[in-house]
Design a protein around this ligand. Structure first.
Ligand code: XMP
Length: 317
């Protein structure tokens, strides 16, 4: 029967045999799949694995720095590329969810192509594709860093001409987690909630500005940190905050305010295809709402999303 230990031994041997002394480039997302794929390859080929971790400026607060440190501690040969400004520029003025996704996907490809170019004589592109991605390759809810062929409008970027290696393509998510544990990847990293590739861009309804990103990062951070402090994080499948494109009236002292509204969302699910909103304790919601309104300038109202999927989706865009 299948065991993570046997899978690691066999896969590492196969990767060694297949790749030899060739160089491999891989895009890390901070998520479980790309991280486990990277660690398997690292075990097989060491420094010949070149990892690229792109900051699109739409990650959670401090996430780029935190995750980059963790990767370095794990011994990975990883280059962090901060392209926040480039992504913001590509997103400027866009409000349509699909246009935002496209702009982000295209910018990612440009950045990745530039970086892959810098590494001389690369033969392989590694991806953290898992089995559900293989069978749902037409689904819109793709994995965060899997590079899909429909992006290649007008000629392939250079890195896409590379041979592809996907060591996880026969595994389900729970198996990937078990392999990750076998490889010594921390529980915190393996237990991270799913996070969409377009990041906070699809949680800021309407157009995106640096200031809106900053506000949402603060709100999200308070919510997620709260879930951890209250031991709720591991009981929730996915959680996050959404910045709504409306302002509401409030009072502060004897002043009338007219500021942003944020929604909090936490769901239970097994695969993201269906989901139920989580019955978070009222005391937790009360505390979190107070903290957000007191600490985050520009927000004067917090609501909690009590919609299940279907018919609602997990994300609002
Ligand atoms: P929905 O909103 O469709 O989300 O119920 C289901 C799961 O997919 C994630 N999601 C995305 N992931 N790129 C991604 O990599 C996307 O464009 C995208 N849209 C949604 C969502 O976070 C949830 O886990």
């Amino acid at each position: 029967s299948w065991t993570p230990g046997a899978f690691v031994d066999l896969t590492v041997a196969e990767l060694k045999e297949k790749i030899g002394d060739d160089k491999v480039v891989l895009g890390l997302s901070g998520g479980v799949d790309s991280t486990v794929a990277a660690m398997l390859l690292h075990k097989a080929i060491g420094k010949n694995l070149y990892c690229i971790f792109v900051n699109n400026g739409l990650l959670r607060k401090n996430e780029f720095e935190d995750v980059l440190h963790q990767y370095k501690d794990m011994g990975l040969n990883v280059k962090g590329v901060d392209s926040s400004a480039r992504f913001l520029e590509a997103l400027a003025g866009l409000s349509d969810p699909e246009l935002k996704r496209k702009a982000i996907g295209n910018t990612f490809i440009e950045v990745f192509d530039d970086e892959a170019h810098e590494i001389k004589d690369v033969t392989y592109l590694a991806q953290g594709t898992i089995y559900p991605d293989v069978i749902e390759s037409v689904s819109v809810n793709g994995p965060s860093v899997t590079i899909k062929s429909h992006h290649n409008v007008g000629g392939l970027p250079d890195f896409m001409k590379l041979k592809v290696v996907e060591p996880l393509r026969m595994l389900f998510k729970d198996e990937v987690r078990r392999v990750g544990a076998e490889l010594g990847i921390s529980k915190t990293l393996l237990g991270r909630h799913p996070f969409p590739g377009p990041g906070l861009a699809i949680r800021i309804l309407g157009d995106i500005t640096a200031e809106k990103v900053r506000i949402l990062q603060e709100v999200d951070h308070i919510f997620i940190q709260g879930l951890r402090d209250w031991d709720l994080y591991d009981h929730v499948w996915q959680a996050g905050a959404i910045l709504l494109p409306v302002q509401s009236v409030g009072v502060m002292g004897d002043e009338r305010t007219y500021e942003q509204v944020v929604a909090l969302r936490a769901v239970e699910s097994t695969d993201g295809m269906t989901a139920d909103w989580v019955n978070l304790p009222y005391e937790f919601l009360q505390k979190t709402s107070n903290t957000i309104i007191n600490r985050v300038k520009g927000v004067n109202r917090v609501v909690y999303d009590i919609s299940s999927k279907p018919p609602a989706t997990i994300e609002w865009e």
